[in-house]
Design a binder for this molecule. Structure first.
Ligand code: ATP
Ligand code: MG
Length: 508
């Protein structure tokens, strides 16, 4: 029994998001779908799972058309999916979030659950036991009783994979499951996906992390502007010049990074944090962090998911409760509310486009962040954005929520640039971007630093950080576990020790 999309086309008003796309996956197979940001990957998933209507074409399961079935009926036929940006109930526990995926597998009726009949109780116990098993398999068991609202986005996606598996699907569709995961977490996820495939589950995988794709997928379909550009075995397709040019960029060649690191004389510290702490409610997550961001400098903040990187950035931005001192140009800003820190030039781009107004158009979003610019500056910025993010420039009159995940990431960055910040706090900017865009992003960040702005860059992608950073700080469980030169990032073993907090030595 195969799951197939046959000549699938989807149109959103004037945008042809998908044209005549055919992909298929059989039991036990792993088929990847890759392509630039906005190329139609999530739309394809939405079409297969019944979240958008096809303009033309067919979705078939075992030769039978699913076109007329609603999304929830397709779930009953064995299709389960994860979302690029999962919606969560922040107060739900991790265990509850995963258990929610098991509701459809229950054999008992509503009254069994309501009246707590023996059958209802047995079923509830089975679902909970299964959820614990899934949490163990994904390395998440320790988090079971924590709240979803406290989880970093990478972990939320992993939990969403757990929820999707709970439904015991015949076919599993994963939309960028590895985005925001550390190397170790990616290995756990890979093993789980392999194991599912061995048990006969067919997997459709959308993922920008190309290593992850080549390690797992049997076949790969490449989308470009909603059309199939290429299909084949990942290692073969990866060698084709068109694919390298359009999708991989310099990550697919031996060329050095697009923007060789300029010799920026890292100047005097622009921002100095001393004894910085960060707390969520009564729980302290960062302890006594000392950090300096020099003018013209890029400081990479590394660490596992949950190490405290986002909380530390939130503390600097004034969005997370904190203690300690933050000097900007020698002036204490720690006591100031968030909006005053923005005025002082501290600009925070949260993980997953948190600074975007989803129901406003792209140009309106940009206008809001440009309000501090005038005349000439505005003109320069317009050309700069057009040059840096041509994709975004084509979508100026679309509502931000209609953009693809990666396009929204570009908008978030463009908005930050438009604010002319003094210190830029970037939380995992590569998350969700196609590899070729890394070159653009690297170029943008290097240019920002070249203009005298200090950049604090939290990243899971250590190779990307190494190309840009002048200095590296690793956090483990809220403490600085290592300070070093970016050259150290080649020493994977040492880095791993710092990630686990085993290595607290401070290097050069
Ligand atoms: N509901 C919608 N209304 C209007 N346009 C949409 C809608 N959903 C997607 N689009 C547009 O369709 C195109 C394809 O988007 P899609 O989300 O499928 O891209 P993607 O390949 O998943 O990209 P990414 O890698 O950035 O996640 C984009 O140009 C996007 O802006
Ligand atoms: Mg997408």
């Amino acid at each position: 029994m195969r799951l197939e999309a046959i000549d699938a086309s989807v149109r959103f008003g004037g945008i042809q998001a998908l044209s005549d796309v055919s992909v298929s996956v059989g039991p036990g197979e792993i088929t990847a779908v890759v392509g630039a940001n906005g190329s139609g990957k999530s739309t394809l998933f939405n079409a297969i799972t019944g979240f958008v209507t096809l303009e033309k074409g067919e979705i078939r399961l075992g030769g039978q058309s699913l076109n007329r079935l609603s999304a929830h009926r397709r779930v009953h036929r064995g299709l389960s999916r994860t979302f690029q940006t999962p919606r969560i109930d922040p107060e739900q526990s991790v265990l509850e979030a995963v258990m929610a995926g098991g509701a459809g597998t229950s054999r008992s009726r509503l009254w069994d659950a309501c009246l707590a009949t023996p059958r209802g109780l047995r079923d509830a116990r089975d679902i909970e036991a299964h959820a614990w098993q899934v949490l163990h398999d994904l390395g998440l068991a320790e988090l079971a009783h924590q709240q979803m609202g406290e989880m970093p986005m990478g972990t939320v996606r992993l939990i969403d994979v757990g929820r999707a598996i709970m439904g015991k699907p015949a076919f599993l569709l994963l939309d960028e499951p590895a985005a925001g995961l550390s190397h170790a977490e990616q290995e756990v996820l890979k093993a789980k996906i392999r194991h599912l495939a061995e048990q006969g589950v067919g997997v459709l995988l959308v993922e920008h992390n190309f290593r992850f794709v080549t390690d797992l997928a049997d076949t790969m379909t490449v989308l470009q502007n909603g059309k199939v550009l290429d299909q084949g075995r990942p290692v073969e397709v990866a060698e084709r010049p068109d694919f390298i040019r359009l999708y991989l960029g310099s990550t697919g060649t031996d060329r050095p990074a697009a923007a060789p690191k300029p010799t920026r004389a890292a100047g005097a510290p622009l921002m100095t944090c001393r004894g910085l702490t960060a707390s969520h409610g009564r729980i302290k997550v960062c302890f006594d962090v000392d950090l300096e961001v020099p003018k013209h400098g890029v400081v990479a903040l590394l660490g596992a998911n949950g190490a405290g990187k986002s909380s530390l950035m939130g503390a600097i931005a004034g969005l997370v409760k904190s203690g300690g001192s933050i000097l900007l140009d020698g002036q204490e800003v720690h006591g100031l509310p968030a909006h005053r820190r923005v005025e002082k030039g501290i600009c925070f781009v949260p993980e997953i486009r948190g600074n975007i107004f989803p129901t406003l158009r792209v140009d309106e979003n940009l206008e809001i962040s440009q309000r501090r610019l005038s005349g000439d500056d505005l003109g320069t910025l317009k050309t700069e954005l057009e040059e840096l993010f041509p994709r975004l420039h084509e979508r100026l009159d679309s509502e931000a929520r209609m953009l693809s995940g990666g396009e929204q990431q570009m908008l978030a960055l463009a908005m930050a640039l438009a604010q002319k910040p003094r210190v830029l706090l970037l939380d995992e900017p590569t998350q969700g971007l196609a590899p070729a865009v890394y070159d653009t992003l690297e170029h943008v960040i290097a240019r920002i630093a070249g203009q005298g702005i200090g950049v604090l860059l939290a990243e899971q992608n250590a190779a990307f950080a190494a190309r840009l950073a002048d200095h590296v700080v690793v956090l483990a469980e809220g403490h600085v576990s290592l300070r070093a030169d970016p050259g150290l990032l080649a020493d994977r073993e040492r880095l791993m020790r710092a990630y686990t907090g085993a290595d607290t030595e401070e290097a050069a």
